[in-house]
Design a protein around this ligand. Structure first.
Ligand code: DX5
Ligand code: ZN
Length: 224
């Protein structure tokens, strides 16, 4: 599946409803929602009340990225708030297998996220619990950082491992520093869901979205 997941963290919160509505009118299907607790990452973003309230107006697929400690505490609540997919960090889960299972049991797609320095081995025994792997391509916590070039090989290697193990349907999402300069690199390496914050919300949104749509179409036609 090839998708752009605009990251709400870069939106203008004064005009949030309007901007989310614009994304939908432009044909976006996904929305990436970064929940931060000031503990797993230094910053604090937004949480349940915000997600619940945008859910009332939005038809987008809510791709919720939990940058929090003890994410297992919020599985049920996030489902009730309207999450369609819940991604937890492997680094924040003491019982990753159990937490991933509980996400699917709650009726959501399950994702696991890895920080740049976390090895792929940490998830090799939970492939059967996964719908998606999120590879952080910057250190998590803030929008607007630069893509870490070492992540290209990590994307390539993960795609190879998933395919070799028979998990061709598990998607790879990349998050951080994805823009006009890096989109082709990550698509070519095997990512198919691109999170983009600043590259969507800064400047001319319509033109930004056109760029991503064209690149994703180019790959979805020719590739997986
Ligand atoms: C970073 C967040 C990202 C962030 C990406 O910790 O997980 O989703 O919004 O922002 P850009 O695309 O600006 O790097
Ligand atoms: Zn994110």
């Amino acid at each position: 599946m090839y998708e752009l997941a605009p990251s709400m963290l870069s939106a203008d919160f004064n005009r949030l409803g309007e901007q989310l509505n614009f994304l939908e009118r432009q044909g976006c299907r996904w929305l990436h929602i970064d929940v931060m607790d000031g503990d797993f990452v230094p910053s604090i973003s937004f949480g349940m009340p915000v997600i619940q309230s945008i859910r009332r107006e939005s038809h987008l697929f809510f791709d919720v990225h939990m940058m929090v400690e003890y994410p297992e505490k919020y599985v049920e609540t996030m489902k009730q708030c309207g999450a369609d997919q819940l991604t937890v960090h492997a680094e924040a889960c003491r019982h990753l297998d159990r937490t991933l299972a509980s996400i699917r049991e709650a009726g959501m797609r399950a994702g696991v996220a890895l920080n740049p320095a976390t090895p792929l081995e940490n998830i090799q025994y939970v492939y059967d619990r996964l719908d998606m792997v999120l590879l952080m391509t910057v250190n998590p916590g803030y929008g607007g950082q630069s893509y870490l070039p070492a992540m290209t090989e990590k994307i390539r290697e993960l795609r190879k491992r998933l395919d070799a193990a028979g998990y061709e349907k598990v998607d790879i999402e990349v998050d951080g520093g994805i823009n006009r300069d890096t989109a082709d690199t990550v698509l070519e390496a095997g990512a198919s869901i691109l999170v983009a914050g600043s590259a969507v919300f800064q400047g001319d949104m319509e033109d930004n979205l056109r760029f991503f749509r064209e690149r994703l179409e180019a790959y979805s036609g020719g590739g997986r």
